[in-house]
Design a protein around this ligand. Structure first.
Ligand code: AQP
Length: 332
């Protein structure tokens, strides 16, 4: 079975619709066909300041949401990144292989450091993509299911894997990004020129899956479209409507053409009302299941402990190979 690996940050509490449609939904599907490793990336979370108690609670909450979304610990390995120390260990090796200029070209760092203020951005935020490289290479992943915003980091992973292999000998699988065209980038409901994001979106443009379903329905109904009334998928000319159609299509399985036909001559109101209903039907059981998992922290922690054990077995083997290639003296 080919292997996949991906991760999600436990920072915002609730996952947003972009996280789910861009990434987590694919994780659920891929556990059927792949040897799948999924993790809550708490090491990544601390690249910006976190309240310790909140971070701990949000880590459990992220795991509960992943299970609620459909990850099955019998079918995939679900774990917390800091439970597997090999991530930080390999990251150091990969940091030493990365050019300073190369790391400086990562657009996500440029955006985020601009937002935090260059002086306040941590060195961790700067080297975050290299930790991500280590995350992926440790598991010899063939594919990495992520949203479009992560494409550049996967390219960096490929470059560094190839560089290590060429300099020190064949060690790492060179992975590919697994990005589905329809959901590669879910846009802010109020400003369809930017991606839906926990830090850049306006509250009205961001759908948090754990919000009150009524509030979610309201946000969908007040989504920005355009002054035209025609329902047509056209990202350049009609980004707002196209975003709603992508979301609708993915959540229901209806094709875009089918939806265009269904709403021909009906106007945006009808589309938004129906999509609001679809969304409520999706988030209501998701919220309930998340609460159920959260209500039983012992089971949750034991799933994560088993996951970490399975993950460590793979990660330790890869790290040992990498250390050997680098020339570290084995500890006796
Ligand atoms: N809008 C989006 N459309 C499609 N995919 C998205 N992802 C995030 N936003 C969208 C994907 O979700 C996965 C987990 O992301 P993360 O844990 O790195 O969260 P994030 O990217 O930090 O989420 P935000 O909201 O985008 O955070 P900020 O505002 O801090 O940048 C990833 O696979 C990501 O591609």
């Amino acid at each position: 079975r080919p292997r996949v690996l991906s991760g999600i940050q436990p920072t915002a509490g609730s996952f947003h619709l972009g996280n789910y449609l861009g990434a987590v939904r694919q994780w659920v599907a891929l556990q059927e066909s792949h040897d799948a490793f999924y993790m809550v990336v708490d090491l990544h979370a601390i690249t910006v300041p976190q309240d310790p108690a909140e971070l701990r609670a949000n880590t459990r909450l992220a795991a509960a949401q992943l299970l609620a979304a459909g990850l099955d610990p019998e079918r995939c390995t679900l774990f917390v990144q800091s439970h597997v120390p090999e991530h930080a260990q390999l990251a150091w090796v990969m940091n030493c292989l990365t050019g300073f200029g190369e790391a400086s070209r990562m657009t996500q760092f440029k955006d985020k450091s601009a937002r935090h203020g260059a002086d306040r951005a941590s060195v961790g935020l700067f080297t975050y993509p290299v930790l991500q490289v280590a995350d992926i290479l440790l598991y010899q992943a063939n594919e990495v299911p992520v949203g479009e915003d992560q494409r550049q980091h996967i390219e960096l992973t490929r470059d560094l894997a190839e560089r290590f292999n060429a300099r020190l000998g064949e060690t790492f699988t060179v992975p590919s990004a697994y990005i589905l065209k329809e959901t590669a980038k879910i846009y802010d409901l109020q400003d369809p020129s930017i991606k839906m994001s926990k830090s850049a979106s306006t509250p009205k443009g961001l759908i948090n899956l754990l919000d009150e379903p009524k509030a979610t329905a309201k946000k969908v109904k007040s989504a920005v479209t355009d002054t035209d009334t025609v329902i047509r998928y056209d990202v350049a000319e009609k980004p707002g409507v196209s975003n709603l159609l992508s979301i609708y299509s993915t959540l229901t399985g209806a094709g875009i053409a089918e939806l265009e036909q269904k709403y021909a001559g009906k106007g945006y109101g009808a589309l938004k009302t129906d999509l609001a209903e679809v969304m409520v039907e999706f988030v209501t059981p998701f919220r309930d299941r998340t609460q159920e998992y959260l209500g039983d922290p012992e089971t949750l922690d034991s799933i994560l402990a088993k996951g970490a054990e399975k993950a460590r077995a793979v990660a330790a083997e890869t790290l040992a190979q990498a250390y050997d290639k680098v020339g570290f003296l084995p500890a006796k």
